[in-house]
Design a protein around this ligand. Structure first.
Ligand code: CU
Length: 121
């Protein structure tokens, strides 16, 4: 519940800065878009997969993983940096990427599940 509330307040904050972001960007304000206002992005964890498998975000962007795969536990464990979520069946995990680079990750229970976060400067 706390995580959901945190996600909602973060989305609300994004909505507040929406007009500012729009002034410098042609991005659609549509919250259902895969890329929201340039500084947040969302990865769905469902159907034994991360969707989208690869996302590109600017430095200091917040990436949110939304776990929604029934009763199946998954996590998000990065390969080369010390970032990892808990094993959960629902809820969210968030991380702010402050350094440019390509960050690969996987699910510790299902090695076929892999993803990449590309952070651009
Ligand atoms: Cu998994």
């Amino acid at each position: 519940m706390d995580r959901q509330r945190s996600l909602r307040s973060r989305l609300a904050a994004t909505a507040l800065v929406g007009p500012l972001a729009l002034a410098s960007s042609a991005c659609s304000p549509n919250a259902d878009s895969a890329v929201v206002a340039g500084d947040t992005d969302t990865v769905m964890v469902e159907h034994m997969d991360y969707t989208p498998e690869s996302v590109t975000v600017p430095v200091d962007a917040t990436v949110t993983w939304i776990f929604d795969d029934g009763a199946i536990l998954h996590d998000v464990v990065f390969d080369d940096v010390d970032i990892a979520s808990e094993l959960i069946a629902d809820g969210t995990f968030q991380h702010v990427f402050t350094e440019p680079g390509a960050y690969t990750y996987h699910c510790s229970l299902h090695p076929n599940m892999t993803g990449t976060i590309e952070v651009t400067s």
